[in-house]
Design a protein around this ligand. Structure first.
Ligand code: HEM
Ligand code: PLO
Length: 486
């Protein structure tokens, strides 16, 4: 029987005036797990009230693709929230900006600039390899002691995106880098968590510790961005374009010179600053997080690490370093990266979308203004789509012989899809491949004796980060033998 489109919305959690559904949402679980559990009771798609906002939760890939692809433009809005407004000067960036001509213009411009440095040219590969080499050198100096890899990995990743955005990089112990680490963690811990202020904006008038931390961290970040901006403005020349900030400055100047078409696009200093802020922030926090998860899972699964190393030994050997053109020849490493992005998605709820018009998802009507949350965690842990979804198994992305990569399920969207798809996907993939291959060619990573295995639960926030852990990086015997000077 064909079911007619009803004019009812999705099943709803109990909700009360003013407080909304908050009573059903009190839980010891982080939101992505709680929303996944509620799927058993309410179905793949259900709605709830967060304060005065109608929120739709999507837990299946069919509905997710309807939102992101089939009706991508209708659902391309973003909500304004108290915390993201503080971070982005009321949505003057890309990720948290509502759908508009200004958003589209900035997205296109950044996309163009990233392509210019991107896969086609060798420059980005050289930058990543330079950082991988420095990182491996530092790891070599700290061999066989229990260390936290995070600071060195973060510095390597930061220097890649710093080169892209600002044509600069940080040395070890640089105070500006230390300050950046601190403010960025403060922002990750406090922004967009659907904390009480985002549900009840009037709570802002009450003292709120998170809001105080966020404001203070954003002030530090803004002064760093402003400094880079002033330096670039002073050195600007139409003839050379060194980085993303130069590209944005040039676009702004040319818009000012022929002020007809672009006049109302809002190419203000604020927009420019918030846009580089997004790319810099996303560039640092996402890739670093995936590297941390990758190492944590490799330590839990030494047989996976060994298989990657065998593949590296066989396809690359010890006489040269891995390069991007090796990517197609290392399917097991590629499968491992895909599996890490499945089992611990960086952004388990994506960024909330907003319906820009009355519309529908599946058989349900959705009203204009509804917030739509895609629960990527549910998609990536769907038992109908993945065998033993809780188990880490790169083999699920390979064919029987283990020689070629496949797409085992349509329920896999680590970078989102459609109009709002991640802008940094290809950059992130290049970095993950090169950093991991460089490290594993040279080192074996183990849990230091007397230390616990890394915790695999994750702290929920705007990115899903692992808890801190220590590792021991041992130079591989076969590498030491072939490298007389290392
Ligand atoms: C948006 C994932 C790395 C820049 C997103 C979204 C996801 C995502 C899921 C949200 C899509 C949506 O709301 O529908 C990831 C993952 C990464 C990664 C898994 C690393 C493995 C990066 C990097 C950059 C970046 C390196 C910067 C160069 C952005 C931007 C947006 C975005 C600007 C907002 C797009 C928009 O709203 O129009 N990313 N990302 N991402 N990402 Fe990434
Ligand atoms: C990370 C902390 C930075 O200091 C500021 C920042 C800017 C852009 C954000 C990023 C943070 C977190 C990850 C985000 C990114 C935009 C797109 C990306 C949300 C908050 C993802 C994964 O969606």
């Amino acid at each position: 029987i064909q079911r007619a489109l009803t004019d009812t919305g999705p099943p709803s959690l109990p909700s009360f005036p003013i407080i909304g559904s908050i009573l059903s949402l009190r839980s010891e679980h982080p939101p992505h797990i709680l929303f996944h559990k509620l799927q058993k009771k309410y179905g793949d798609i259900y709605s709830l009230m967060m304060g005065a906002h109608n929120v739709i939760i999507i837990n299946s890939h069919q509905h997710a693709k309807e939102v992101l692809l089939k009706r991508g433009k209708t659902f391309a809005g973003r909500p304004r929230t108290v915390t993201t407004d503080i971070l982005t000067r009321d949505g003057k960036d890309i990720a948290f900006a509502d759908y508009s001509d200004t958003w589209r213009f900035h997205r296109k411009m950044v996309h163009g600039a990233l392509c210019m440095f991107g896969e086609g040219s060798t420059s980005i590969e050289q930058i990543i390899c330079r950082e991988a080499s420095t990182m491996c050198q530092v790891l070599g100096e700290m061999q066989s002691v229990a260390i936290d890899l995070a600071p060195e990995m973060t510095r390597a990743v930061t220097n890649v995106v710093c080169s892209l955005c600002f044509n600069s990089s940080y040395k070890r112990g640089d105070p500006e880098f230390e300050a950046m680490l601190q403010y960025s963690q403060g922002i990750v811990d406090t922004v967009a968590k659907d904390s009480l202020v985002d549900i009840f904006p009037w709570l802002q008038i009450f003292p709120n510790e998170d809001l105080r931390i966020l404001k203070q961290c954003v002030t530090v970040r803004d002064s760093l961005l402003q400094k880079k901006y002033d330096e670039h403005k002073a050195q600007y020349s139409d003839d050379t374009q060194r980085d993303l900030l130069d590209a944005l400055l040039r676009a702004k100047r040319s818009a000012e010179n022929n002020n007809t078409v672009t006049q109302n696009l809002g190419l203000t200093d604020d927009h420019l600053l918030m846009t580089v802020g997004d790319i810099f922030g996303a560039g640092v926090e996402t890739t670093t997080t995936v590297l941390k998860w990758s190492i944590a899972f490799l330590i839990h699964h030494p047989q996976v690490q060994k298989k990657i190393q065998e593949e590296l030994d066989c396809k690359i050997g010890m006489d040269r370093h891995p390069k991007l053109s090796d990517r197609g020849n290392l399917p097991y490493l590629e499968a491992t990266i895909r599996e890490v992005l499945r089992i611990r998605p960086v952004s388990p709820l994506l960024i909330p979308h907003v319906a820009l018009a009355d519309s529908s998802i599946g058989e349900y009507t959705i009203e204009k203004g509804a917030r739509v949350i895609i629960n990527l965690w549910s998609l990536h842990h769907d038992e109908k789509e993945w065998k033993n979804p809780e188990i880490f198994d790169p083999g699920r992305f390979l064919d029987e012989e283990g020689s070629s990569l496949g797409a085992p399920s349509a329920s896999y969207l680590p970078f989102g899809a459609g109009v709002r798809v991640c802008l940094g996907e290809s950059l992130a993939k290049m970095e993950l491949f090169l950093f991991l291959s460089w490290i594993l060619q040279r080192f074996t990573l183990e849990v230091p004796s007397g230390h616990p295995l890394p915790d695999l639960q994750g702290k929920f926030g705007v990115v899903l980060q692992p808890q801190k852990y220590k590792v021991c990086a041992k130079l591989r015997a076969c590498w030491a033998e072939t490298q007389p000077h290392s």
